[in-house]
Design a protein around this ligand. Structure first.
Ligand SMILES: NC(=O)c1ccc[n+]([C@@H]2O[C@H](COP(=O)([O-])OP(=O)(O)OC[C@H]3O[C@@H](n4cnc5c(N)ncnc54)[C@H](OP(=O)(O)O)[C@@H]3O)[C@@H](O)[C@H]2O)c1
Length: 315
């Protein structure tokens, strides 16, 4: 009798243990979907984290839109991208709507790797940085088999997605630690939730960003630093120019402004998020099948986006 009870108890515990991880992940995603409804007011990010924000990759797409959201909350900005002309244009555009803030620009091409950080460090030396948005990212020009991806493109993806996120964080985290406040926002991608054939290296770099963010949070929460990881799904930006289908904004493929407006409201409230409630819903369903099925679905989707690219090329 006692042996029977013990056996059933053991089986119950094993089942509970097996269910705990997926259930807690689903609850987390559900909470993310409900958060904007339950609590839609933004944290006062300027007082909570500091007066200056650095945004990498800020002349276009999500980075530019996020920078505008920070500007509208009164934060001074440091914009970093490759092209001086586009940086100046973005700076002017932001100052026109927010003349009370300061905007500094730094030209840096993160694909060059190590050499750019010395210059950035010098330029940021006397700026008390409250928020760093590691937004810059590089992606394949279209879904490809690994052997087809030009070697340069692979180095760019690794240097930008892994290198810039890591080294930019190292650059600012010391001063945040001294002030015992600050936020690091790392933009990864929904592609991190399973291997993604035909975007193999891109997705793998985003898994790095996720792991990096989680470990960094464990290291630095005690110093008053918030580390948030944002994992958007498709957003209508030039990164997805390989498919016309992704260049049309919709509920599930928002434009960058809609995405950033939603994402910034999660800062200071949740550690990780897709950043956008409709992506949260997609994420919720995406997490239900086992990884091998998700990988197959991802491969199927990328095969069809690859076809889009070839069709577009011939028309
Ligand atoms: N769009 C999506 O569907 C999607 C989905 C999931 C995750 N994400 C992630 O979200 C982030 C932003 O993506 P996005 O779609 O907004 O990109 P985007 O529209 O292509 O914009 C990229 C920005 O980064 C700058 N940039 C590109 N390469 C650079 C380099 N080597 N050095 C410095 N700056 C560089 C670009 O400006 P210049 O060309 O002037 O330098 C531009 O301002 C990325 O990390 C991406 O992986 C995007």
């Amino acid at each position: 009798m006692l042996l029977n009870i013990g056996l059933w108890l053991l089986i119950g515990l094993v089942v509970l243990w097996a269910l705990l991880d997926p259930v807690s992940r689903l609850v987390k995603v559900l909470w993310e979907i409900l958060l904007p409804i339950v609590n839609s007011t933004s944290v006062d990010v300027k007082s909570k984290f500091g007066e200056w924000a650095v945004v990498t990759g800020s002349t276009d797409g999500i980075g530019k839109a996020y920078a505008k959201e920070l500007a509208s909350r009164g934060l001074n900005l440091v914009l970093i991208s490759r092209t001086l002309e586009r940086l100046e244009k973005t700076k002017d555009e932001i100052l026109k709507s927010h003349p009370d803030i300061e905007v500094k620009i730094i030209v840096a091409d993160f694909s060059k790797g190590r050499e750019v950080f010395e210059k950035i460090e010098t330029e940021l030396k006397d700026i008390p940085i409250g928020i760093l948005v590691n937004n810059v990212g590089a992606q394949y020009s279209y879904p490809m088999y690994l052997g087809e991806v030009p070697e340069n493109e692979l180095w760019d993806i690794i240097n930008v997605n892994v290198g810039a996120t890591t080294l930019m964080t190292r650059l600012v985290i010391g001063q945040m630690q001294k002030r015992r406040k600050g936020a690091i926002v790392n933009i990864s991608s929904g592609s991190e939730i399973q291997p993604l054939p035909l975007m193999t290296v891109y997705a793998a770099t985003k898994v790095y960003v996720k792991s990096f963010s989680e470990a960094l949070r464990a290291e630095y929460t005690k110093f008053g630093i918030t580390v948030q990881q944002l994992a958007p799904l498709f957003v209508n930006t030039k990164m997805n120019a390989f498919s016309q289908r992704l260049q049309v904004s919709s509920l599930f493929v928002p434009d960058a402004t809609t995405y950033a407006r939603n994402a910034i409201v999660t800062l200071g409230k949740v550690d990780s998020s897709t950043g956008y409630w409709a992506h949260g819903i997609q994420y919720f369903f995406a997490l239900i099948p086992p990884v091998w099925i998700r990988t197959k679905i991802g491969q199927f989707l990328n095969e069809s986006l690859r076809e889009d690219y070839f069709k577009q090329k011939t028309t």
